[in-house]
Design a protein around this ligand. Structure first.
Ligand code: NAD
Length: 305
C-alpha cells in the first residue's frame, strides 16, 4: 500500500507532478480494490485509509444494507458514532462481509453525556458493533460548559489495545491546549468540520503543530451549499471531466486531510471513491482554498454541551 504524509502536493516541479499523476493513474487501476486508497501514518504508528465512508444520519434500519454496499464498492474505513444509533447495523454489515478484520478501519465516538462514564460507554459501542476492538475511538465534542473533556480523555487513555488509536473531534485550539496539559497520550486525530467554505485554519494549525492529523467532517459541505455553483469547483470539474464532489474530495486528499463523505446512493459511493485518476493543479487548489468564508454548517464547538 502506498503511504502518504500529511503534506500537500504544492510546489512539485513539473517532472515530479508527472510522476505523481502516473502513480495516481496506477492507483486508479486498483481503485476497486482497497489497496488503491492511500494510507496516512498516525502519531502512534498506526495507519488509516485516507478515504473512507461516513454514516451520520444513516437510518439505523438501513445501515446494514448501506454499509454492506459501501464495503462491496471498496470502502474499508467506516466512521460511525454512538449518537448515530447505527453501530449495530454497521457491525452486522462488517460481520456479513467476511472481510478480514485487519483489513478494516472502524471508528466510533464517545457521546457528550458519557464523559464521566467512558469505559461503560466504550463497552456498549464494542458490543453493538460486535467487535473486539475499534481502530479509532474519538471524543465526539469537547462540551466545554460541562468541562469534563480532560477527565474523559484520561479515561480514554486507559482503554488499552481495544481502542487501537484515540483522538478527538471538534476541538478548537483552546480545548486542545487544555487537553494536552492534562494528557499523557497526544490525540492521533482531530476530526473537525472542514470543507471549502469553512477551513478552520487555526484548529488545523494547532492540531498539526502537536502532531495531530486532521479528519474533515462534512467534507462536501453536507449538501448545505451547491458545490457546482462555486466557480473554481465547477471549472476544475469541467477541466478534468469529473463531478464537483470528486473535485472537492480530491482537494481534501491533496491537502493531506482524511475524508469520509457520506451517501446512501450506490452510484455516488463509487463516484466518491473514483478520485485517483486526476490531479488538481496548484492554481486549482488555491482557487478552491480561496472559497473560505467561515460558513459553519454544523454546531460551534462551544455551543454543543
Ligand atoms: P458530507 O459533507 O459527507 O455530505 C453528505 C451529503 O453530501 C449527502 O447527504 C449527499 O446529499 C451529498 N453527497 C454525497 N456524495 C455526493 C456526490 N457524489 N454528489 C453529490 N452530492 C453528494 O456530510 P456528513 O455526512 O455530515 O460528513 C461526513 C461524515 O463525517 C459523516 O457521515 C460522519 O461520519 C462524520 N461527521 C462527524 C461529525 C462530528 O461531529 N465528529 C459531524 C458530522 C459528520
Amino acid at each position: 500500500m502506498s503511504v502518504v504524509g500529511t503534506g500537500s502536493f504544492f510546489g512539485s516541479p513539473e517532472e515530479e507532478r508527472d510522476k505523481l499523476l502516473q502513480s495516481l493513474m496506477d492507483q486508479k487501476k486498483k481503485v476497486s480494490k482497497p489497496e488503491g486508497i492511500p494510507l496516512i501514518t498516525l502519531n502512534d504508528g498506526h495507519s488509516i485509509p485516507q478515504l473512507g465512508f461516513g454514516v451520520f444520519k444513516v437510518d439505523p434500519a438501513e445501515a446494514e444494507r448501506i454499509v454492506s454496499e459501501a464495503l462491496e464498492v471498496g470502502y474499508r474505513h467506516i466512521d460511525t458514532a454512538a449518537i448515530y444509533g447505527n453501530e449495530e447495523g454497521v457491525g452486522r454489515a462488517i460481520a456479513k462481509s467476511g472481510i478480514p478484520r485487519e483489513e478494516l478501519f472502524i471508528t466510533t465516538k464517545l457521546w457528550n453525556d458519557r464523559h464521566l462514564d467512558v469505559e461503560a460507554a466504550f463497552e456498549e459501542s464494542l458490543a453493538k458493533l460486535g467487535l473486539e476492538y475499534v481502530d479509532l475511538y474519538l471524543l465526539h465534542w469537547p462540551a466545554p460548559a460541562n468541562d469534563n473533556y480532560a477527565a474523559a480523555w484520561k479515561a480514554m487513555e486507559k482503554l488499552g489495545d481495544r481502542a487501537r488509536s484515540i483522538g478527538v473531534c471538534n476541538f478548537l485550539p483552546e480545548h486542545l491546549e487544555k487537553l494536552l496539559a492534562a494528557a499523557d497520550v497526544v490525540p492521533t486525530i482531530n476530526q473537525i468540520e472542514l470543507h471549502p467554505a469553512l477551513q478552520q485554519r487555526e484548529a488545523v494549525e494547532a492540531s498539526q503543530a502537536a502532531g495531530i492529523a486532521i479528519e474533515s467532517w462534512g467534507p462536501l459541505g453536507q449538501g448545505k451549499y451547491d458545490l457546482s455553483a462555486e466557480a473554481p469547483i465547477a471549472a476544475a470539474a469541467e477541466h478534468h471531466g469529473k463531478t464537483p464532489a470528486q473535485v472537492v474530495i480530491r482537494w481534501h486528499l491533496q491537502n493531506g486531510t482524511i475524508v469520509f463523505p457520506k451517501t446512501v446512493t450506490a452510484s455516488r459511493m463509487a463516484e466518491n471513491l473514483d478520485v485517483f485518476d486526476f490531479l488538481l493543479s496548484n492554481e486549482e487548489m488555491d482557487a478552491i482554498t480561496a472559497l473560505e468564508r467561515n460558513a459553519r454548517g454544523g454546531a460551534h464547538p462551544n455551543d454543543l454541551n
